[in-house]
Design a protein. Structure first.
Length: 460
């Protein structure tokens, strides 16, 4: 087996356990350039991919290599290097491409930024699938919960409640579950909270309340998007409560999204909040840089547009708030350059994305910054914040650290737990809620937090 065949076999194994989007993003343009003395050198196109493979996929790669290879692999080295295809290969590739294009020209639609949305019979956007969803820090817990629910509806977690800020993929995940379960039943109901409310009001006005009830209570899967808009609408809440009970009792899956956790939705009835807490509550937070790169790369492929990798990293590095903005930035730059018939460069992109680019000043804080600031403020060793001791004088600073990691740098709960000595995400969640509540009642806590924030400001 030569190096190429070996790598093809390894990729074949890895592909089985990853979504198509993740697989292509991280394994495209990778190859093995040597296998000697039980050592394999894997070449990757850039440092992001290198870091990502080392961090996330190393074990999987090692396992697959050892399954497939004739020799035992003891060491794997990742190296940034691009393959320069030989002339014959180049020629072969371009011939293949032409053949492919003519073959598929009729059934493959042009996918450009202005393509129309395709909505299926359940009102789901055809692009919001698991296949097109990039998993990374910030959404991995939510993604795992959604997959569990999609393969085991009504059993895994019921209800599933997903919350987080705008443009972070809640609707995408919700609809991805709809697509999956929709393959097995045609009783999938996807509605925005607004549509549910309007439907309810209309049904009451027109004396069709029974039809309304039947429609929703007959569902095998009920997806309600942006439930926060039900706040203060008592009649709708009452109706939803009964729909919920009916579906839940018969093990029908319910999934809800919101821009905040159930407890923080004002004027939401207590009994509804407690229903939501029966199942699983999970959040989505801002994506980190690797995830942003992967998402941009995948959107470029969806749109059949190629961006130089330095331009791609520039955009991913600078548009940080959410994925909707990232997509908006990409659409904008594609439209501009297609119109002017030019190729995007860092300079041309800088001009177009001016207002989206997050200034270097507000660069996000790292967990290390926060841990250091807290330990300095309380005059303790930063190792003790991460450590296991449950001494009172350490528990409080640790909880403050968790609170700040969440509030100031939007770190996900699992990551906070991991970075503070491998604790469970529920510990981080508990600490955040506790400090948030107590700082309202206890001025000392509020002052501690403000002083540490001042310290942090001087760092960034
Ligand atoms: P929300 O409902 O949280 O406001 P959306 O689900 O509407 O956000 O996501 C905004 C846009 O970003 C959508 O076009 C969606 O496809 C895209 N998007 C969000 N998260 C991801 C992801 N992890 N991978 C790929 N695309 C994503
Ligand atoms: Mg949404």
């Amino acid at each position: 087996m030569n190096n190429d065949q070996l790598w093809q076999a390894v990729l074949g194994e890895i592909e089985l356990s990853l979504s198509k989007a993740n697989f292509t993003t991280w394994f495209k343009n990778t190859f093995i350039n040597s296998t000697e003395d039980n050592k394999v050198v894997i070449c990757v196109p850039n440092t992001f991919t290198k870091a990502w493979l080392e961090k996330k996929y190393h074990e999987q790669i090692a396992k697959a290599l050892n399954n497939v290879s004739e020799q035992e692999i003891k060491e794997i080295i990742y190296k940034v290097e691009t393959k320069k295809p030989s002339n014959t290969e180049n020629l072969l590739n371009s011939v293949k491409r032409v053949e492919k294009e003519t073959e598929n020209s009729q059934d493959v639609p042009e996918t450009k930024s202005n393509e129309p949305l395709i909505i299926n019979q359940f009102g789901l956007n055809s692009k919001y699938t698991f296949e097109n969803f990039i998993v990374g820090k910030g959404n991995e817990l939510a993604h795992a919960a959604c997959q569990a629910v999609a393969s085991n509806p009504g059993k895994a977690y019921n209800p599933l409640f997903i919350y987080g800020g705008v443009g972070l993929g809640k609707t995408h995940l919700l609809q991805a579950i709809g697509h999956e379960i929709g393959k097995r039943t045609n009783k999938v109901m996807y509605v925005t909270c607004e549509k549910f409310t309007n439907d309810y009001i209309q049904s009451v006005k027109s004396g069709q309340a029974k039809t309304f009830k039947e429609k929703y209570r007959n569902a095998d899967l009920l997806l309600i998007d942006d439930i926060q808009f039900m706040a203060g609408k008592d009649g709708t809440q009452e109706e939803f409560f009964h729909t919920f009970n009916e579906l839940h009792q018969t093990d029908k899956q319910i999934i809800i999204t919101s821009d905040r956790p159930p407890k923080s939705i004002p004027a939401l009835e207590k009994r509804l909040i407690s229903r939501f807490e029966w199942g699983m509550i999970t959040d989505v937070v801002q994506p980190d840089i690797e995830t942003r790169v992967a998402i941009l790369d995948s959107k470029c492929r969806e749109k059949n547009y190629s961006l130089d990798s330095d331009v791609l990293y520039f955009v991913a590095n600078n548009v940080q708030n959410n994925i909707r903005e990232l997509e908006g930035a990409l659409n904008r730059l594609i439209a501009f350059h297609e119109f002017n018939n030019t190729t995007p460069t860092i300079d041309s992109v800088k001009g177009i994305l001016n207002n989206l680019i997050t200034s270097a000043k507000s660069k996000s804080l790292t967990s290390k910054n926060i841990i250091e600031a807290v330990s300095e403020y309380f005059d303790i060793d930063s190792k003790d914040i991460i450590g296991k001791s449950r001494k009172k004088e350490l528990v409080y600073p640790r909880q403050i650290t968790m609170f700040l990691m969440r509030q100031e740098s939007n770190t996900s709960y699992p990551t906070i737990g991991q970075e503070l000595g491998g604790r469970d995400h529920t510990t981080a969640m508990h600490a955040f809620n506790k400090i948030q509540k107590e700082k309202k009642e206890n001025e000392k806590i509020d002052q501690d937090i403000e002083s540490i924030k001042q310290k942090l400001k001087s760092i960034c």
